[in-house]
Design a protein around this ligand. Sequence first.
Ligand SMILES: C[S@@+](CC[C@H](N)C(=O)[O-])C[C@H]1O[C@@H](n2cnc3c(N)ncnc32)[C@H](O)[C@@H]1O
Length: 252
Amino acid sequence: MEELFASPAMAAGYALARPAVHPHIISRIRAMLKIATPLPNTLDIGCGAGLSASPLTTLAECVYGIDPVHAMVRQATLAAPSVHFITAAAEALPFPEKSIHLITAAGSLNYTNLDAFFPEARRILTPGGALVVYDFSQGSRFSNSPKLEEWFDIFRKRYPAPPNCSRPLSPSILAEMAAGFKLSTSEEFVTSIPLTVSAYLEYIMTETNIAHAIRNGATPHEVRAWLGSSLGPVFNNQTMDVLFPSYTAYLK
Ligand SMILES: C[S@@+](CC[C@H](N)C(=O)[O-])C[C@H]1O[C@@H](n2cnc3c(N)ncnc32)[C@H](O)[C@@H]1O
C-alpha cells in the first residue's frame, strides 16, 4: 500500500488534479445528519492529500485529518491550512476517548485493519457521534454519451490497475464488519462533475493505473501524449458531465 500512495508526485497530483467530488458528498452528509450548527470536532481517516478533510471545515469548528503516509500529510497541510493534519494510522488514533463528534473515511478503510480500527473509532466518538464511510469509483462515464465508457475500456486494457492491495467495501460489507456499530442508513448515488478534457487528463494522470505503468517503465511524457490524443475526440472541445458512482454508509 505504502508505495502506491507514498510518492510526492502522487500526493501533489491528488491535491491539484482530483475532481471536486468530496464537497458534494460532504453536503449530502450534512443534510442527512441534519447538522445545522458546526460540530466541535471532526476527524477524517486516511485523509490523503487533504481533499476529503478540507470540505469538513464547512460543518465543524475543528477538523483533524490523519494518514500514515507522511508525503500525503505534508501535501495536505499545504492544501488545507486550517485543518490539523497528523501522521497516524486508523488502527491507533491519537485522540482521547469521546472527543470526536463525526468521523469520516473516504476510500481509506479498504487499506486498514478493520478489527483494530472499529474499536478505536468507538473509543474516540462522543455518545451519539457518527462514523460515515464513503467512496466513489473512477469517473468513467458521461451523463449523455457512451464515448467515455468506450474510451475507458481501452484505457484499462492499455494501463491495467495494479494488483489489488485493497479490500472491497460497500454499505452491506460494512454492516457485517463494523463491530460495535450499526448501519443506520446508506445511500448509493451518482456524483456528476463537469470537466474539460485537460481537467479529465490531469485526473487520469493521478489514477493508480498510471502510477503502476510508470513504475513499470512507461514515461509520464508518453502516457500524457496518448491520453491527449485519444481523449481529444471523446470530449470534442466540450465540458462534459463525468459521473462518479458513489456511496455513503452511516454507522452509529
Ligand atoms: C484512496 S486514498 C484516499 C485519500 C483521501 N481520503 C481522498 O479521498 O482523497 C487512501 C488513503 O488511505 C490511506 N491509508 C492507508 N492505510 C491506512 C491506515 N492504516 N490508516 C489510515 N489511512 C490509511 C492512504 O495513505 C491513502 O492516503
